[in-house]
Design a protein around this ligand. Structure first.
Ligand code: C5P
Length: 315
């Protein structure tokens, strides 16, 4: 069911020369097919078991040589997202520089399609892209395991976005092992909300509501992935953060109802929300669902996406 981390991609581990031209990296969003949250630990994080799934909704980060470190952006979240030193991209670049002894110099530009604070790990995705891009730009020749280790110091979801595909996540989410799913493509429809939700607030609300997990171990879900039957998978999707997200944003009930009404096989909140994600039978069904959801005007935007897809990769 699981295989050694990143072994499928030997090319990644070869030492490289620094790149002279721009390095473009594409990185996907993630959803959680299963998210079981345990009690808060002494460090404030929650021990969890999750099944991550990378979907074909992408940000793109371009890195060029420079004498300082700069970041510009366009697209989703422009004007809202801080481009200062607290930005996860800049923190990732500085962490890679510290690890490798390279100067933290690059001119970075982010083209953002993944909505921010949406439960899709967009910020984590950008940090993963920054690690892969600067490793390439500087020719520091890190293995993907090395990058995942740096990623784990920056955020719980970031190692998964370096990896991609479908993977089991444990610890606070930073320990990832790939799950073999036999290459089946799953079709998803995303309902993106007007306003984001804060992940720490959603976890805190989970604690305040009793902090009890409603999900069992992910074995049934992993078996459903291997069966490749969307009807079976539909009954096995689970997310403990759905209850606190619905508590904080009750109007999401109507979004979930709208998707199910329109014929989705299943609907659930993605990660800490507020994006709602719906499972479709196939590409045609996903397009039909998306059109129906759009016509109901119950959310800011509707997107279709296929998963699993690879993690942060140089184009
Ligand atoms: O690791 P990351 O920076 O993505 O986490 C954001 C916040 O989400 C943390 O500060 C914490 O409040 C919460 N969190 C948690 N348990 C986890 C992951 C995240 O409580 N396993």
């Amino acid at each position: 069911m699981t295989e050694p981390l990143f072994s499928e991609d030997e090319e990644f581990d070869r030492p490289r020369l620094a790149a002279h031209g721009p390095v473009r990296v594409r990185v996907p969003a993630k959803i959680n097919l299963h998210l079981r949250v345990g009690p808060a630990r002494a460090d404030g994080f929650h021990e969890l078991t999750t099944v991550y799934h990378a979907i074909g909704l992408y940000d793109e980060l371009t890195a060029r040589r420079g004498d300082t470190l700069t970041l510009t952006m366009e697209g989703e979240g422009t004007g809202e997202l801080s481009l200062g030193e607290d930005n996860l991209i800049l923190r990732a670049v500085r962490a890679l520089a510290a690890e490798t002894g390279h100067d933290a110099h690059a001119r970075l530009h982010l083209k953002k399609q993944i909505p921010i604070a949406a439960g899709l790990a967009g910020g984590s995705a950008d940090a993963a892209a920054a690690l892969v891009a600067c490793d390439h730009l500087w020719g520091t020749g890190m293995s993907r395991d090395d990058l995942a280790a740096i990623a784990a110091t920056l955020g719980s979801d970031i190692p998964f976005l370096v990896l991609g595909g479908t993977a089991l996540g444990t610890g606070r989410g930073e320990l990832v092992s790939p799950v073999l799913t036999g290459g089946h493509a799953w079709h998803w429809v995303l309902a993106v909300a007007d306003e984001g939700l804060s992940t720490p607030v959603v976890y805190r609300t989970f604690d305040e509501l009793g902090g009890h997990s409603s999900a069992g171990p992910p074995d049934d879900l992993l078996a459903a992935l291997r069966q490749r039957d969307p009807e079976v998978l539909a009954g096995r999707l689970a997310n403990d953060l759905q209850a606190p997200a619905l508590h904080l944003r009750p109007e999401l009930h109507a979004v979930l109802d709208a998707g199910l009404d329109a014929g989705a096989l299943a609907g659930l909140v993605s990660g800490s929300g507020p994006t709602c994600v719906f499972l479709a039978e196939d590409a045609r069904h996903a397009a039909m669902l998306a059109a129906e959801l759009e016509s109901r005007k119950c959310c800011r935007a509707v997107k279709t996406a296929v998963g699993p897809v690879p993690g942060a990769r140089v184009l």
